[in-house]
Ligand binder design. Sequence first.
Ligand code: AR6
Length: 176
Amino acid sequence: MEIQVIQADITTLKVNAIVNAANSSLLGGGGVDGAIHRKGGSEILEACKKIRAQQGKCNTGEAVITTAGKLPSEYVIHTVGPVWNAGGKNKEELLANCYKNSLDLAIEHNIKTIAFPNISTGIYKFPKQLAAEIAIKTVATYKHKDTIDELYFCCFDQENYEIYHKLMADENLNID
Ligand code: AR6
C-alpha cells in the first residue's frame, strides 16, 4: 500500500472508493457528508435508505458501502466517527474502528484505491493531531494493507494537511 497525503475536495477524486464521515442515521448532514450527497445525487441517499431498512442505523465505528452516484469514484463507504465531547480511550478505539471497518469493506469489494477524509475532526470536534495519529497508525498496521494499492488521506483544511504532512515525514510511513 502506498499512502499519500493530499489536500483536496474528496468529491472530485477518481478513486475506486471515497469514505464519507457520516452520522448514524446515514441520511446525510453537513460537512463532507453534505458535499458527497449534494454532488453524488439522490442515488446515494436511496442506497442509504435501503441499508437503513435492512439493518437500522449505523453504529459509531462501523461502515456501510453504497454506489457513488454521479461522483467520479465508484463507491462511497460511509462510516460514523465518534463525537469527541470529553474524549477518552473508547473514542480513540472507535475512530480506529472507522478506518479498519472501512478497509475491510474495501477489500470485500476488491477496491484498490481509496481516499479517507479526516473523520470526526470537523463537526464532531475530535482533536486533529490525535485523530491523525490514530488514522495513520491504523492504516499502517492494517493486516491486509497489501491488498490495497493506494490510500489517500484527503485533507480539506490547511491545519489537517500540515499535521498529516508532518506526521508522515516524521514517521517515514510511506510503505509500499
Ligand atoms: N472533502 C474533504 N474533506 C472535507 C470536505 C470535502 N468536501 N468537507 C469537509 N471536509 P465533518 P465529522 C473535512 O464535519 O467531524 C456531518 O453533519 C473537514 O475539514 O464533515 O466526522 C455528518 O452528517 C474535516 O476535516 O465530519 C455528521 O453528523 C473532515 O472533513 C457529522 O457531520 C470531517 O469533518 C460528522 O462530523
